[in-house]
Design a protein around this ligand. Structure first.
Ligand SMILES: C[S@@+](CC[C@H](N)C(=O)[O-])C[C@H]1O[C@@H](n2cnc3c(N)ncnc32)[C@H](O)[C@@H]1O
Length: 211
């Protein structure tokens, strides 16, 4: 039986609660097999913490759990989240309200590749679990570089068994990377190797690029 294919937007629009629960109610399976989700969050928080009172762009902000953590644990002064799935935006607004940080967060519905930021820039930006779904990774990385004044961070899935299992289960397109591709993408976005931290995490890598 052939599986139904969906766009990334409709795929995530239907899964806000499911993804939110990876953080809010993690199962033992999540803790073991989705270790990378928690590891990349830790990298994002550490990089944010290195910039006092950072203004942050959370690319593909999803359920908003990372946005809360960027404020509470990363010391961010404000988080601007963007996601193109309406249910993720609604879920994120509810999450920040529950966590009493709604006054420091703003979520907009939009595609990160086309949204008009009208000249607005951020100290730091992060894209957690987003490059997995982006066909033109160079366009996103270069955009993050332009929008970030101090540093920007991303997570990058590798090919392998986990990716094969995801491709079997997921009904939307998925992309993977090699370490060399990640270095080349950064180089084309104006980040030389000595300004790039590459950290091994479950299922791939997390990167922090310094301007
Ligand atoms: C796997 S979820 C990760 C959510 C969140 N960053 C986290 O780690 O908890 C990926 C999110 O990226 C969003 N997304 C993917 N491509 C996007 C795009 N081009 N513009 C805006 N949002 C996008 C999806 O809608 C989804 O909510």
């Amino acid at each position: 039986m052939s599986k139904k294919t969906e766009t990334v937007q409709s795929y995530w629009d239907a899964r806000s609660e499911l993804f939110g629960n990876y953080y809010k109610k993690p199962s033992s399976f999540d803790r073991v097999f989705r270790k990378g989700v928690y590891e990349r969050q830790a990298v994002a928080i550490k990089a944010c913490k290195a910039i006092p009172n950072a203004t942050v762009l959370d690319v593909g902000s999803g359920p908003g759990v990372n946005s809360v953590s960027l404020i509470k644990n990363g010391g961010a002064s404000h988080v601007f989240g963007i996601d193109f799935a309406q249910h993720m935006i609604d879920y994120a607004n509810a999450t920040v309200k529950e966590e009493n940080v709604a006054d420091k967060c703003n979520f907009v519905l939009g595609d990160i590749l086309t949204y008009d930021f009208a000249g607005q820039k951020f100290d730091y930006s992060c894209a957690l679990g987003v490059f997995d779904y982006i066909e033109d990774a160079q366009a996103l990385l270069s955009r993050m570089s332009q929008l970030s004044q101090k540093s920007f961070m991303g997570s990058w899935p590798e090919n392998g068994l986990r990716m094969a299992l995801r491709r079997y289960r997921y009904t939307c397109p998925l992309f993977h990377y090699t370490e060399q591709q990640i270095i080349d993408l950064h180089s084309k976005a104006g980040i030389s190797r000595d300004k790039l931290e590459i950290i091994r995490i479950g299922g791939g890598w997390a990167t922090v690029a310094h301007k």
